[in-house]
Write a protein of this length. Structure first.
Ligand SMILES: Cc1ncc(C[n+]2csc(CCOP(=O)(O)OP(=O)(O)O)c2C)c(N)n1
Ligand SMILES: [Mg+2]
Lengths: 324, 334
């Protein structure tokens, strides 16, 4: 297997799906001639031309609505948002339409589309460009949510997303684009709703996704030195979500922590905690803790930002707390 | 089009002072931002940094004609607005450095400046969003029966936001005292106007909301100033909105992080051609040719500006990061 970056893996998935299905097209701001702000679509306009790769004006509600309409008509739009923070402008299109059309049409109209782009903090982009968006999307029935942490998952999940008959919200992380990993060549898809046990351990389960997986791995290495064995579960998709793998792990470790960049208050971690206490309460030897973002708008200052975003130290401390 | 070619009437001392002040302000913005670019590469400034280099004549020409209680709002390319409004360069630089002494205590950064004292009600990082909020400031002026007006600066790309059309409609409907100024610098990031706007005459595109719109050349500060004076007077009197398409050009990349420019979406030659119209040396030449200033006068301004920027940098460098408490402050009013 070749070693590739997360963004190369995404690009590979796009290329393979563009080649596989003529109805697949790409749309977004500066994705074509300019080749993408984060260069995920580098070379694609040059290779596929303006019929397959559409540069849009700065009109998120407009082009996302257009993509929804095209999806109803049978095309397979893959829309890039420069960052998910800009998709707030299109929340009406996403929540009122993409998420509802199948249901309110009584099953008559499908919306097979993907919206993809980066979300998350860590680059001093401050309060308006740093949102984690997964909770907003996972909260709305009618949307699938994928949130890969590795290059291989990025490829496998994006290919599955493009082939899915539903609107899939595909959340990348700006800090992961240049991370590297082995990526299977050619046809490689990953099913939704299948979590990945990234690391096996006996003492505590960390349930996380996206950049949280990287943090969890670093934390696990440190905790190992102290004789604490951490199990890490990468959820990969939040809707559908593989709760069974989570419960299974807790039956072994009896302790759990949820980790994400997003705000703590009413974040996806709250759902993780609720699921565990509803379905695995008797297995627990300690309360399930959350390590999450500070409940403040993201500050610009580097040092404040660091304190607003979960760090390895925070995870290590939480693990020690549940184990004590 | 340029006023430089016209024979000037002998200007008053006052007029001469004003021209030198325009020169000083443009030079300050230029030198200030040249330093920002450097500081960005040294990691002293983080996040996104959008420079106004090349476009200085627009902010300076317009803002110089405002009354002190008029309001200004703009998009994220916002250093020029605050410096033209007279914000303390030290506090601006400190903000870009993320320091607690900055305009926003280090929490906003380059894309989100505010200076309430100078009536700068914000730089807005979501394209188009300033248009709605600025219109709210104009609504307030009307509501209070005040004479003040609002300047709202944004880019050509922002005209494709739905909000642009929604709010211009209401401003026209309700007669709100605001001047919408689109900085048509030919590109929205890497996308030229011809590829993002079905109608490339942007003044025409904004002409359907029941108030005047026109295109001006914004590479010449004297011309901008003349237009600004007339338009501001008119808006203050009629209390009706006005739309200005200002033709301008940025000499640098979309953001300091963009290292593909020029080359990826515009040619170096195009940039060089526009640099011939650099408003700063052009004003210098005008001042010299018309004997409004000597080289020594200009050198002195240069020296002063250099010092102001140096002081700002030193201040920013030496200022502390915000203490951790600041992280939790100002989420809500207590
Ligand atoms: C709603 C939204 N979409 C996309 C972006 C990313 N973005 C930032 S600046 C920019 C280009 C804006 O161009 P223009 O309005 O012409 O202003 P200029 O940068 O040329 O001054 C884009 C696409 C954003 N900030 N907000
Ligand atoms: Mg522009």
């Amino acid at each position: 297997m070749a070693i590739k970056t997360y963004r190369e893996a995404l690009r590979e998935a796009l290329i393979e799906e563009l080649d596989r299905d003529e109805r697949v097209f790409l749309m977004g701001e500066d994705i074509g001639r300019y080749q993408g702000t984060f260069r995920v679509t580098e070379g694609l306009f040059q290779k596929y031309g303006p019929h397959r790769v559409w540069d849009t004006p700065i009109s998120e509600p407009g082009f996302i609505s257009i993509a929804i309409g095209a999806a109803i008509e049978g095309l397979r739009p893959v829309v890039e948002v420069m960052t998910w923070s800009f998709a707030f402008l299109a929340m009406d299109a996403i929540v009122n339409h993409a998420a509802k059309i199948l249901y309110k049409s009584g099953g008559a109209c499908r919306v097979p589309m993907v919206i993809r782009g980066p979300a998350g903090p860590g680059k001093q982009l401050a309060s308006q460009h740093s949102h984690s968006i997964e909770l907003w999307l996972a909260h709305s029935p009618g949307l699938k949510v994928a949130i890969p942490s590795t290059p291989a998952d990025a490829k496998g999940l994006l290919k599955t997303a493009i082939r899915d008959e539903n609107p899939v919200m595909f959340i990348e992380h700006p800090q992961l684009y240049l991370t590297k990993g082995e990526v299977p060549e050619g046809e490689y898809t990953l099913p939704f709703g299948r979590a990945n046990v990234v690391r096996e351990g006996t003492d505590v389960t960390i349930i996380t996704y996206s950049r949280g997986v990287v943090l969890a791995q670093q934390s696990a290495e440190r905790l190992k030195e102290e004789g604490i064995e951490v199990e890490i579960i990468d959820l990969r998709t939040l809707v559908p979500c593989d709760w069974e793998t989570v419960f299974q792990s807790i039956r072994k470790t009896h302790r759990a922590i949820a980790v994400h960049d997003d705000w703590r208050y009413a974040g996806f971690g709250a759902e993780i905690v609720a699921q565990i206490q509803e379905h695995a309460f008797d297995e627990l030897d300690a309360p399930v803790l959350r390590v999450a973002g500070a409940d403040v708008p993201m500050p610009y200052n580097k040092y404040l930002e660091r304190h607003a975003v979960p760090q390895v130290d925070d995870i290590v401390a939480a693990v020690k707390q549940v184990i004590a | 089009m340029s006023t430089r070619t016209k024979k000037p009437v002998r200007p008053s001392t006052e007029e001469r002072e004003e021209l030198l002040e325009l020169y000083r302000q443009m030079l300050l913005i230029r030198r200030f931002e040249e330093h920002c670019d450097k500081a960005y590469r040294q990691d002293k400034i983080g996040g996104y940094l959008h420079l106004y280099i090349g476009e200085e004549a627009l902010a300076v020409g317009f803002i110089s004609q405002l009354n002190s209680d008029d309001r200004v709002l703009g998009h994220y390319r916002d250093h020029g607005y605050v410096l033209a409004l007279g914000s303390d360069p030290k506090a601006v630089m400190a903000e870009l450095y993320g320091k607690v002494t900055g305009l926003c205590r280090g929490k906003g950064g380059s894309m989100h400046l505010y200076d309430k004292e100078k009536n700068f009600l914000g730089g807005y990082a979501i394209v188009g969003d300033v248009i709605g909020i600025a219109t709210g400031a104009a609504f307030t002026a009307k509501y209070e029966g005040s004479d003040r007006i609002v300047l709202c600066f944004f880019g050509d790309g922002a005209m494709n936001a739905g909000l642009f059309h929604e709010t211009l409609n209401m401003a026209g409907l309700w007669d709100l005292p605001i001047i919408y100024i689109v900085e048509n610098n030919k590109y929205a990031m890497g996308t030229p106007v011809e590829l993002h706007s079905a109608e490339t005459d942007l003044a025409k595109r904004a002409s359907v909301y029941g108030f005047p719109s026109e295109t001006i050349d914004a590479m010449d500060v004297l011309e901008v100033r003349q237009h600004a004076r007339r338009i501001i007077d008119q808006v203050r009197q009629t209390k009706q909105p006005y739309f200005v398409e200002a033709i301008t050009y940025r000499f640098v990349g979309h953001g300091a992080a963009d290292i593909t420019d020029p080359g990826s979406y515009r040619t170096r030659q195009e940039v060089e051609e526009w640099k011939q119209r650099d408003p700063i040396p052009n004003l210098a030449n005008y001042l010299l040719q018309n004997k409004l200033a000597t080289q020594a006068d200009l050198d002195q301004i240069d020296q002063e500006v250099h010092q102001v920027v140096e002081e700002a940098v030193r201040f920013a460098d030496e200022s502390p990061d915000p203490p951790l408490d600041v992280l939790w402050e100002d989420v809500l009013v207590d």
